[in-house]
Write a protein that binds this ligand. Structure first.
Ligand SMILES: [Zn+2]
Length: 843
């Protein structure tokens, strides 16, 4: 049912365009292509006076909009949702207007004019009031807006489309002592009629969704960077943490200015951390809003960093704000770039290995969306809500593809292209074709095929490589095969670098894949020691290497490239055997890059054997890198036994240990399902930690553990007097308790909770419950949630449950059966490995 395009069209599309791959599962049957609105007028400036009533959680606005009507005059429409429009004037005279609750229509004469709108609003979305509550009785009040994608229209009338770029000016009226923050430069501040006001002016054109207002009580810190004022606003009491989060801001801005050869485009850059933000951050022009969860103490700083988030939002000031996507289908021009530039900053700051590993993890995150949800072209017009396009295709997939383009063109040419793109479309909008043409202009080569393959079609290349050494002819034979499935193109054109190392030489070749199967023969003086396909992970693809354990071990132990070692570790985690375990253990303990050690730990977890378990337990007491430790703790979640309980509870109980290592230990402890674990977990449930990391880990552990006591505790931590992060973790965990009426009841209740994080968790829980009652709750969310992202997630979850029920499978039985088989299998594997050990020791 949920395939795109609907079956009859798909048949004809397949016949006419055999090489067009629209994807699967993204577009629902009623979805249609969306195009930008046709407007016969332009806004040139918007000035807003906004009074924020914290008591009444409402707004009063007086707006003046400079408009130019290009045709002979007539009706124009402003987006203005759920407002009370009090008066509309044009050039000071009462105007002809009508309002339908979503759009304000005003009749204008031809040419320039000024439209004045007085209105009131009590927004359900796009503008949030934060006040003290049961969980946070001392919380300072705050109010913040969130414009992207189409939410600013809930608190100010505007022409809400990215292509309408104009200057803006906002005067924020707040209670005495409060701060009001908006885009651009501070023109003046003062007091008037019992209010404090802050007057901001953004004198460069920007898109309406980037208009922002944040108000409340904040501590402000600041510094200068190349004449740009940098401001950091944090809630009261967080001042001691601000530096850890923001200290790299000047370095980040300097790096992007240099890499893009384009200085930071504005006069100020403010970053504001607010409570209960619905995303990680939002790149409002010159005034980024961030989640308060990014603020952290010294201890969290060991393995938690704000740098990626800070770099991501800062990158948007160029890609997104200076140059904006012309329309939502081209949102990758904002988000893939921010993701990729964030990775480039990681390379600049921490080196090549970290950069490659970021790209590997981006690929993983795209693949998990591709496998579990859907496939779609990065650029598509077929969607219902613009918010649906903000997914793992737009962010990580686009980022990895951009990295491929960088490698294909060479870094210098690529950078020239980015610079030209920014210069040509500065303070304006651009689409995918604009970008392609700029890159063609600087490189002198056609990129149509590249863009067709990776931006306009769904899917990805899957490459399998077999290698053979022919001693008689001194030849290395590499057989490449494209094995991608139905929803990817049948044949991709790719250039894949191959590095071949012998005792006396080290050479790199490029293999041109132009067919489904390609055999490449390389003459060498001696047998190669190492063959590394795509050593720097520059080609967007999955890679399967038909190699034996010995070869993978050799790569894991001696290849200098992170990508090759990660693939080797993952392969050993599938192949197993005593030698694989030993090699993986050595890698956990000794690889020079933490990411490979963490992958090796994960691979040991996949093996599920007694030796693998012992290796992990031993490594846990030796390893000092907290990121590797965390991976070991996660991997131990695949094992039972009191030795695992002992090792993990030692970690959880150690107050010196990092928050996130303890979090992983708590969750894995629950997975052991051993007696006494409930008591251990409960002892640590209220341990204070960054973003309640330990509490969250304990709650997840309790969900894994199961049982009446655990359920009772989870229900208790789902209540409104707990922090939203804690509630969300408790509620999402309820998905592990199918067939319980009380669970369904609380999920139904929390589906309408005012907190967005809580409502997201309800969808996650219902998705796992897989029952018809869960469908009812999900349908309610899919119809009524104010935010489209949650509506879409709920619809996907309901659809998934419906399908599994339609198959006529009684899910509960299936799940129990699966658990039983898994448990039996685990016991068998353990038994076999013990026996094998016994035999070995006898032999
Ligand atoms: Zn972004």
């Amino acid at each position: 049912m949920d395939i795109y395009p609907p079956p009859p069209i798909q048949i004809s599309m397949t016949l006419i365009y055999p090489y067009y791959k629209p994807g699967r599962g993204f577009a629902y049957p009623e979805y249609v292509s969306r195009y930008p609105p046709v407007n016969n007028f332009r806004v040139s400036h918007l000035k807003l006076e906004l009074w924020i009533d914290f008591e009444g959680q409402s707004l009063r606005g007086f707006e003046e909009v400079e408009v130019e009507h290009s045709a002979g005059g007539g009706w124009v429409a402003f987006d203005a949702c759920e407002m009370w429009i009090e008066s509309v004037k044009v050039d000071g005279k009462d105007a002809e207007w009508r309002y339908d609750g979503e759009r304000l229509h005003v009749r204008l004469d031809a040419g320039r004019c000024r439209v004045e709108i007085s209105y009131r609003a009590r927004p359900r979305k796009g503008f949030h009031f934060i006040k003290p509550d049961k969980a946070n009785p001392d919380r300072a009040p705050q109010a913040w807006s969130q414009g992207e994608t189409e939410y600013n229209r809930y608190w100010l009338p505007l022409v809400d489309h990215p292509s309408q770029k104009h200057t803006s000016e906002i005067i924020v009226y707040v209670p005495r002592g409060f701060i009001g923050i908006s885009n651009g430069d501070l023109i003046s501040r003062g007091s008037k009629d019992g209010w404090d006001y802050w007057h901001w002016r953004m004198d460069k054109p920007h898109s309406p969704y980037l208009i922002s207002v944040v108000a409340g009580v904040f501590e402000e810190y600041g510094e200068e960077f190349n004449g740009v004022r940098l401001s950091y606003y944090v809630p009261p009491g967080y001042g001691k943490f601000y530096r850890l989060s923001f200290e790299k801001t000047p370095k980040i801005l300097e790096f992007f200015s240099k890499y893009l050869d384009y200085p930071y485009p504005y006069g100020k850059y403010a970053q504001v951390a607010v409570y209960e933000f619905i995303f990680g951050g939002m790149e409002n022009t010159t005034a980024t809003t961030l989640t308060e969860l990014t603020l952290h103490d010294e201890k969290a700083h060991i393995d938690f960093s704000s740098d990626p988030l800070i770099a991501h939002e800062a990158a948007h000031q160029w890609f997104g704000d200076l140059v904006t996507c012309r329309d939502w289908p081209h949102i990758w021009l904002n988000e893939s770039f921010a993701t990729f530039l964030e990775n480039l900053f990681v390379r600049h700051d921490k080196g090549e290995d970290e950069f490659v590993y970021e790209n590997i993890r981006d690929m993983d995150s795209y693949l998990s969306e591709y496998r579990d949800y859907y496939a779609r072209p990065i650029v598509t017009r077929v969607y219902k809500y613009a918010a649906e396009l903000f997914d793992a295709h737009t962010y990580p997939k686009g980022g990895v593809v951009l990295n491929m383009l960088r490698a294909l063109l060479g870094e210098d040419t690529f950078r020239k292209g980015l610079n030209l793109f920014l210069k040509r479309y500065a303070y304006s909008v651009a689409d995918t074709e604009d970008f392609r043409k700029v890159m063609e202009e600087v490189s002198g080569r056609s990129l149509e095929q590249f863009f067709e393959q990776f931006f306009y079609n769904a899917g990805h290349p899957a490459i399998r490589v077999e290698e053979e050494w022919r001693d008689s002819t001194r030849q290395l034979v590499l057989r490449f095969k494209q094995t991608q499935g139905e929803d990817s193109l049948p044949i991709y054109h790719l250039d894949i670098p191959v590095r071949v190392k012998t005792k006396s030489s080290d050479k790199e070749f490029t293999v041109e894949l132009r067919e489904k199967e390609v055999t490449h023969v390389i003459s060498l003086d001696e047998q190669p020691e190492l063959v590394c396909i795509d050593p720097r992970f520059e080609v967007f693809k999955t890679l399967e290497l038909a190699r034996g354990v010995e070869q993978h071990i050799k790569v894991l132990e001696s290849d200098e490239h992170v990508y090759c070692r990660v693939l080797a570790a993952r392969a050993l985690g599938r192949l197993g055997g005593a030698k694989a375990v030993e090699a993986l253990k050595r890698s956990v303990l000794g690889d020079r890059f933490w990411g490979v050690s963490a992958e090796a730990a994960k691979a040991l977890g996949e093996l599920r054997t007694e030796e693998a378990k012992n290796a992990l337990i031993e490594a846990l007491s030796i390893v000092t890198d907290t990121k590797v430790k965390r991976s070991i703790c996660e991997a131990l979640g695949n094992f039972r036994g009191y030795d695992v309980v002992e090792a993990l509870s030692k970690i959880l109980s150690n107050g010196e240990e990092s928050y996130y290592v303890r979090q992983a230990a708590a969750t894995s402890l629950g997975k052991t399902k051993k007696e006494g674990v409930y008591e251990i977990l409960l002892r640590h449930i209220d341990t204070p930690s960054h973003a309640s990391a330990i509490t969250v880990g304990v709650l997840r552990g309790l969900a894994e553990l199961g049982g009446e006591e655990a359920l009772k505790t989870l229900m208790r931590y789902a209540e409104a007097d707990k922090q939203s992060t804690v509630r969300a973790a408790a509620i999402a965990s309820l998905g592990k308790f199918p067939g319980r009426r009380e669970v369904v009841e609380v999920l139904r209740q929390y589906a309408r909770d005012p907190n967005y994080r809580v409502r997201r968790a309800v969808v996650a829980a219902c998705r796992e419950l897989l029952s018809s009652e869960a469908i009812g709750i999900l349908e309610d969310v899919a119809q009524n949630d104010v935010y489209e992202m949650n509506r879409r997630a709920a619809r996907d979850a309901a659809e998934r449950i419906r399908k599994s029920l339609e198959k006529g499978i009684e899910y509960k039985e299936l799940r129990e059966e699966l658990e039983r088989i898994k448990e039996e299998n685990r016991r068998l594997v353990e038994r076999v490995s013990i026996l094998a050990g016994a035999i070995e020791s006898k032999a």
